[in-house]
Design a protein around this ligand. Structure first.
Ligand SMILES: Cc1ncc(COP(=O)(O)O)c(C=O)c1O
Length: 406
């Protein structure tokens, strides 16, 4: 039976992610891939995980590890996260922390809570593809958020939203070393986003998936911290901070969190009860142990490795890319964002890159809610070892040069 006709309208908005589809094709060993935005598995704290699983299952905690758990999440983990949030300037307690199955689940829940069909979500062009996928299932429209300048007036946003049959509900952004652009918002830009949100009366979703991965430059306070300062505390604020252990410990355990005003946490708890009841008990307990003993060292280790790879990639781009190609110089994270001369379609280039140059990247248009950005692409440096950079970048540069000549 073909069930397509039976699907809800939202199913029409669910499309295969270009990145995930692409990743399937890239296990041929001769392809040098800058495509997948995944952590380097060599950096996972393997031994700490092995030991923690054994301890959690071997001792008095075994029953709790295998039993149902409260929907908010494992209390000691929430307390640990609250301490970490306070350390980066977001004063809160465990009542503000909600454990999710990866921050991706948090984005889905926020879409579910805030977006009715035809409501408006403000996102940057480009933005994290997984956020667009999560939100799109709730049938919103998108409007463009430009924290670096050029935002529409609050009235213009409001009017466009009303005309579309809904209201502006939130602004979503990745303020530190964004996926895919690598950009970091300045303090003034963060304040401007809060000003706009205040004027529109909307929430701000701060996706901090990469926030701990800074390699150069000065840290900028999280939007949630700035908001707590101006609102008089997190519970009076409008910012929803989404955190993740995926990039520092390991993504496979699927443990992330939301730090937000208590009244939102209460709604998220109800959302989770209807969804998966709670994130896996054993993984939360293990992440708690590993975070307590290894988090700081893991941050340092991961930063050192990616810092060197970022520098090597930037150096190779500088040495080999033809004139007319520009790219971001990220202060952290995992990605360099490249802009090709107008008229070169990165998706077309990718087909040639894979078949001729045996190099892969992610074309940029999928990260644009309006499908623009066809001349942009994303390079991830987390898995880019010396060979990848010294062989892959000249090959990619030669291909771009030949595309420019044709
Ligand atoms: C910006 C951003 N947010 C969220 C996620 C999801 O991370 P996780 O669900 O593993 O916490 C990712 C993953 O790549 C990301 O790039």
């Amino acid at each position: 039976m073909d069930m397509t006709d039976l699907f809800a309208t939202r199913a029409g908005r669910m499309k295969a992610s270009e990145i995930r589809e692409l990743l399937k094709l890239l296990d041929q060993p001769d392809i040098i891939s800058f495509a997948g935005g995944i952590p380097d598995p060599a950096l996972f704290p393997h031994e700490a995980f092995r030991q923690s699983y054994a301890e959690v299952l071997g001792g008095a905690s075994a029953n709790a590890a295998l039993q149902y758990q409260v929907s908010e999440g494992f209390l000691p983990l929430r307390q640990w996260i609250a301490g970490e949030m306070a350390r980066i300037g977001i004063p809160c307690d465990e009542g503000n922390i909600f454990i999710t199955s990866g921050s991706q689940q948090g984005l889905d829940y926020l879409g579910k809570l805030f977006l009715s069909p035809n409501d408006t979500a403000l996102v940057t062009w480009p933005t994290y593809l997984g956020a667009l996928q999560a939100f799109s299932a709730y049938e919103p429209r998108y409007d463009r958020l430009s924290p670096a300048g050029g935002n529409m007036t609050p009235d213009a946003y409001r009017e466009a939203a009303t005309q579309a049959g809904g209201a502006v509900k939130f602004a979503y952004l990745v303020p530190d070393f964004a996926n895919p652009s690598g950009e970091t918002l300045t303090l003034a830009q963060r304040e401007a986003v809060l000003d706009l949100a205040e004027e529109l009366g909307i929430a701000v979703i701060e996706d901090a998936a990469y926030a701990a991965l800074r390699y150069s430059g000065e840290p900028v306070p999280p939007i949630a911290a700035l908001d707590a300062l101006r609102s008089g505390g997190i519970d009076a604020g409008r910012t929803i901070y989404c955190g993740s252990f995926s990039k520092i410990l390991a993504p496979g355990l699927r443990v992330g969190w939301i730090c937000a005003p208590r009244r939102l946490i209460e709604k998220l708890v109800l959302t989770k009860q209807a969804s998966d009841l709670h994130s896996p008990s054993i993984n939360q307990m293990v992440v708690h142990r590993v975070a307590e003993t290894h988090y700081g060292a893991q941050v340092e280790r991961t930063r050192a490795a990616y810092h060197a790879r970022r520098d090597a990639l930037l150096k190779a781009l500088e040495a080999h890319m033809p004139a007319g190609v520009s790219w971001s110089r990220p202060e952290g994270g995992m990605f360099v964002w490249m802009t090709l001369p107008e008229g070169i379609d990165a998706a077309v280039l990718l087909a040639r890159a894979v078949s001729e140059a045996r190099v892969a990247f992610v074309p940029g248009s999928a990260f644009h809610a309006d499908g623009s950005g066809t001349n942009t692409l994303r390079l991830s440096f987390t898995l880019a070892d010396e060979r990848a950079v010294t062989e892959g970048i000249p090959r990619l540069a030669a291909l771009i040069r030949s595309a420019l000549e044709n």
